[in-house]
Design a protein around this ligand. Structure first.
Ligand code: DC
Length: 232
């Protein structure tokens, strides 16, 4: 059966990756978490002193200089069966979702040279279709011809509550207010940056899941995707 490309964009903590993963499993497609790629580059910058989390200082030139040496890739973890993001051949999957990385990722993701490098890679990963990719610019920039585009939203407070719970479960010491602040700051930075801002593609289906259960949401999207695929 012909495969399609599925692009899922939206604000942070709207459950994009959960739906994307579920869809990829159900359709036997590849799942690509493009946010993890921006997070891996940010993690590199923090680890190499390019970003100083204490003062917030960021040496943009140093990052541009080192960019050719930064290799971001996905590798399947044979124990969990899940793809993990790797930085220069080492899995960093467990280290990129901290508040520290979240605080600087929008700055790094606004740099055109970083975007160009990662978008090129993302297009290669999706060149044979059969891919579900989630991010901010997938339906607008990476795959403007994707057959199915979703744009996910939910209220900032609901999203901050979800993210707060996740961080607490991981043992991070954090307040709800700090998480809400980060969610709102990233919304603003991601949707107002010059290069590839987060906007809804004209042909995207908008899904506000503030009051929608995960199962209901997934079933609706899967049935929509299956209709599209069988109609081709
Ligand atoms: O999906 P996420 O929250 O893990 O993404 C982290 C950051 O990366 C997000 O704040 C914006 C950026 N990003 C982006 O600019 N473009 C993408 N395609 C994916 C993520």
């Amino acid at each position: 059966m012909a495969k399609i490309t599925i692009a899922i964009d939206g604000f942070s903590s709207t459950g994009k990756s959960t739906v994307a993963r579920q869809l990829a499993d159900a359709l036997d497609y590849i799942y690509v978490d493009s946010g993890a790629m921006y997070r891996a580059v940010t993690f590199f910058a923090i680890n190499h002193g390019i970003i100083d989390p204490g003062s917030g200082a960021f040496d943009r030139e140093a990052l541009l200089e080192q960019l050719p040496q930064i290799k971001v890739a996905f590798r399947k973890n044979e124990n969990t069966g899940k793809a993990e993001v790797c930085l220069n051949d080492e899995s960093v999957e467990d280290r990129i979702r901290t508040m520290e990385v979240s605080s600087f990722v929008s700055t790094v993701a606004a740099i055109p040279e970083v975007r160009q490098k990662l978008v090129e890679q993302q297009r290669l990963m999706g060149k044979n279709k059969g891919v579900v990719m989630d991010g901010r610019d997938i339906g607008t920039v990476v795959f403007p011809d994707a057959e199915l585009k979703l744009f996910m939203t939910a209220s900032p407070k609901i999203r901050a509550t979800r993210r707060y719970k996740e961080l607490l479960e991981k043992g991070e010491e954090i307040t709800y207010e700090k998480v809400l602040e980060n969610v709102e700051a990233r919304d603003l930075a991601d949707s107002t940056r010059k290069d590839s801002p987060l906007i809804k593609a004209e042909d995207a289906v908008e899904i506000d899941n503030s009051d929608m259960g995960e199962k209901e949401q997934f079933e609706r999207i899967l049935s929509h995707a299956r209709n599209l695929i069988s109609g081709r």
